[in-house]
Design a protein around this ligand. Sequence first.
Ligand SMILES: NC(=O)c1ccc[n+]([C@@H]2O[C@H](COP(=O)([O-])OP(=O)(O)OC[C@H]3O[C@@H](n4cnc5c(N)ncnc54)[C@H](OP(=O)(O)O)[C@@H]3O)[C@@H](O)[C@H]2O)c1
Length: 348
Amino acid sequence: MAAVDRFGFLFKEISDYFSNIRDILAFIGVLYASKKTLHYSYEVLKAVNDHVLSKLSFIGDLRRRYGSWAVITGSSEGIGKAYARELARRKVNVVLISRGENRLYKTAREIEEEFGVETCTVPVDFNLGPDVYSIIWNAIKDKEIGILVNNVGVMYDFPQQFLDVPQERLWQLINVNVAAATMMTYMVMPQMVERRKGAIVMMSSRACTQITPHMTIYAATKSFLDYFARSLQYEYKNTGVVVQSLKPFYVATRMTRYSKTLSKPSLLIPTADDYASSAIKTLGYSSRTSGYWPHTIQSWFSESIPEWLWMWGATRLNNALRRQAEERLRLKSIARELSEQSLDSESS
Ligand SMILES: NC(=O)c1ccc[n+]([C@@H]2O[C@H](COP(=O)([O-])OP(=O)(O)OC[C@H]3O[C@@H](n4cnc5c(N)ncnc54)[C@H](OP(=O)(O)O)[C@@H]3O)[C@@H](O)[C@H]2O)c1
């Protein structure tokens, strides 16, 4: 009888112990579910603000809101050119900065003729270091710069491991992606703060939010821009100047031309025009956004998977893209050789 009592007592102790553990686990589960629910509710509300409310209540008068001129770096083609066109459509005069003089003048003429705004072109190479900023300053110092779009950026020729990237390209990534945005902001922001209005856009990339192997330095420069934008916004939040970090996924431009998959526009890979027309509407509504609703949905998926899985997937994708790019280069060099041979045989 005593043995049965002892067994009953032990059984009760064990089941109390497990029910305590069950309660603790249930509590942890409720906490985790609440955290996730709050996180996703916030993300959905943010997406509604960025991509629905911003479009419904967008005040197109950027000129009155921020100032009569905008400076856009890297604006002879791609996203920079498309953004400059969107600004000009809203009657903001534009300063265009890029290397290729002819392309820059052509873009400026197109914009003047189509939108009837003033333009100013500054052909410089940001890779040349500190000297270029005095040239830019001389061109813009008498203008009321309301918007600065730090768009200029370079990537590798195709995804590669760190040690395979040529040294010159590493310097280019630092001079163009990091130094240009820092020095342009340092140059333009004081008069915005003085006028108590202005907007600075940093063209970061979705590559900055999770570790993206085979694009390591490119992604790191984009993380710099994202961090710079967020911290600057906080430091100057009471000055009337807004700072925005834009984090697009792939956009079909010259930068993605190394891959035939990425250069074909689709819902997930918009053209530069589609991307810019969507992103500009978020200016003043969101300080950190993809700028394009399908990219926001893509971000939700990518952020919901563990980082190790993301890195594994990114490595496989970037390896496939590198193979595509190498194949393209191989075919191009065969075509070049064949055309040289046929020229030789014609001349002999
Ligand atoms: N495309 C994408 O999938 C993607 C995704 C996320 C973020 N982004 C970012 O978006 C920005 C624009 O990219 P994009 O795709 O539009 O690139 P893009 O088509 O290659 O255009 C780059 C622009 O920058 C200019 N530029 C390049 N190097 C320069 C230099 N050293 N000095 C002065 N100007 C220079 C180019 O003109 P010149 O060659 O005549 O100088 C061109 O106008 C970049 O910051 C990029 O990182 C792009």
